[in-house]
Design a binder for this molecule. Structure first.
Ligand SMILES: [Fe+2]
Length: 337
């Protein structure tokens, strides 16, 4: 396949003598994609495509276009600039973050950078096509949301333990980090109740257990490496001793969006004292739960928040509506949900 025009991304791919962004063995990809974490290579590093200057320009454009929610800056606990930094307007915080990135304990996240920079969108679309090709599964028509998010991080910053709904490919561009990833199907590491609470809106529901840290796969992510994080795979990340730039390609898939609705209903059933049937064990019960939340969910969601929570948000006003609907589902207290 030849790229039709010579964008910087295409020139880079050409110099690398490759028409692929992902460098991975197809059988391994087919076996592990969306099932377990694994690491392989990519061709996006070592170019000005993701330089600090270009990222700063993208962030400024986001602010100019009225998308401040897509620019997130955070300071770590040990930053000397903490109090001063937190009080700054976002534009000044952005400039400060970029200026002090190598000394301060700061973190800049640019969400949906592909909507601002056409070349980033080209990278996003290329990676999604290659994931579909390598997985051997029809993927593109199942995607309900996809984005490129770029992280610019100071040395030694820690990303706390959490889970995500999205499938993710985290590509290292500059610096290094250790990514600790757990098996998403291990219910001792992440119990069903915690997943249900997560889908009910508690993003800190997943609780880290130091005694189970030995079950984590630890990937040393360096430039040219990418780690795959399946949906709901618990993880925490420790940045290395240098400034890090990472590109995250994340996407939601319609079948998993619907399973999320089962967890949401189960969360409320459990609060009513029931022992709800986990997703995947009863097509009939899953179908009822999916349909219930689906009926009140936004029909054309544009963000993961709308995909996952528009139904719950509508049901929660007034909260009695949730209770009435859950009561109609539950029957006797001992019956599985
Ligand atoms: Fe994450």
């Amino acid at each position: 396949m030849m790229w039709p025009a010579a964008s910087e991304f295409q020139q880079k791919m050409g110099r690398a003598g490759s028409n692929s962004a992902l460098l991975v063995d197809t059988p391994e990809f087919k076996e592990k994609y969306n099932v377990q974490p694994f690491m392989f290579g990519h061709e996006l590093g070592n170019s000005s495509l993701f330089s600090v200057q270009r990222l700063a320009a993208v962030a400024e454009k986001m602010l100019e276009q009225g998308n401040p929610k897509n620019v997130t800056t955070r300071v770590g606990k040990t930053s000397l600039a903490d109090a001063k930094f937190s009080g700054m307007p976002l534009k000044e915080r952005l400039a400060e973050t970029v200026q002090q990135i190598s000394e301060a304990n700061v973190w800049l996240k640019l969400t949906s950078a592909d909507t601002i920079d056409a070349e980033y969108n080209e990278v996003l679309q290329t990676v999604l096509r290659e994931v579909e090709q390598r997985s051997g599964q029809p993927l593109l028509h199942k995607i309900t949301w996809a984005a490129m998010t770029v992280f610019l991080t100071s040395p030694r910053v820690l990303t706390p333990y959490h889970i995500d709904h999205e499938s993710n490919f985290l590509m290292q561009i500059r610096g290094s980090k250790h990514v600790h990833l757990f098996d998403p199907s291990d219910r001792e590491v992440v119990p069903m109740e915690q997943i249900e609470s997560f889908y009910a809106g508690d993003f800190e529901a997943a609780q880290y257990r130091p005694d189970l840290e030995n079950r984590a796969s630890v990937f040393h992510l360096t430039p040219g490496k990418v780690v795959h994080q399946p949906p709901l795979a618990p993880h925490w990340v420790q940045n290395g001793d240098d400034v890090s730039i990472s590109v995250s390609i994340g996407f939601c898939l319609r079948p998993l969006d619907r399973v999320a609705r089962v967890y949401q209903v189960n969360h409320y059933l459990r609060r009513f004292g029931m022992r709800p049937t986990p997703p995947g064990q009863s097509m009939m019960r899953d179908g009822l739960k999916k349909a219930g939340i689906g009926m009140v969910s936004k029909s054309n969601p544009t963000t993961p928040g709308e995909i996952l929570f528009s139904g719950l948000t509508r049901l929660s006003t007034p909260p009695r509506a949730v209770k009435r609907w859950v009561r109609s589902l539950r029957g006797p207290v001992t019956r599985p949900g």
